[in-house]
Design a protein around this ligand. Structure first.
Ligand SMILES: O=C(O)CCC(=O)C(=O)O
Length: 176
């Protein structure tokens, strides 16, 4: 797992934010109190939520290409999460659906308010410590290798935060 920033101006974060929020042709779903948009070549399902395949809009292609070259992974989907404030969280889970293959690489781009992504070991993990990572505006964060096998992760509550946060998570989804 590691995180990094791109040089200023490489990706236009404000444009991505504006287009995601203002593009009325995008089909958002409510998942709990989080808004989710799935874009990808193949359907993707997790828990009780099922997403059909939806063409990735052209305004996100440069960002998808940046994501692919950053970690040399042939991502074909973007799952976008909107958290309207720190009162919206995402519970403990692993991204270990069969469509993601074994030991998937998942890259995220964080925009807006800083949030903590917590990690806690699964029962079978040889690593016993929990930790969290502060995901700041413009930060790219990658989970690779045994991350999903050994840890659960959760976007933690922060009831003092009023800022909205958007995350774009890049995955390679295989046909089921
Ligand atoms: O919003 C985030 O950065 C976390 C998203 C997440 O955990 C997920 O999509 O599986």
């Amino acid at each position: 797992m590691f995180s990094f920033y791109l040089p200023k101006g490489s990706v236009h974060y404000q444009q991505i934010w504006d287009k995601l929020i203002n593009n009325h042709s995008l089909v958002w779903k409510n998942e709990g109190s989080r808004l989710v948009l799935y874009l990808g070549d193949y359907p993707y399902k997790y828990g009780v939520f099922k997403h059909p395949s939806i063409h990735i809009p052209s305004f996100l292609i440069p960002t998808l290409n940046a994501a692919k070259s950053l970690v040399a992974t042939d991502f074909n989907s973007i799952l976008v999460n909107v958290y309207n404030s720190g009162a919206v969280s995402l519970g403990w889970h692993s991204d270990n659906e069969p469509e993601l293959g074994i030991n998937p690489t998942i890259l995220s781009l964080s925009l807006g308010g800083t949030r903590l992504l917590g990690f806690k070991p699964r029962a079978s993990s040889p690593v016993q410590s929990s930790f969290s990572v502060a995901l700041k505006h413009g930060m790219w964060f990658v989970m690779t290798g045994y991350t999903q096998k050994w840890f659960l992760h959760s976007l933690l509550l922060d009831c003092n935060l009023t800022n909205k946060r958007i995350s774009l998570t890049f995955r390679k989804v295989y046909p089921a």
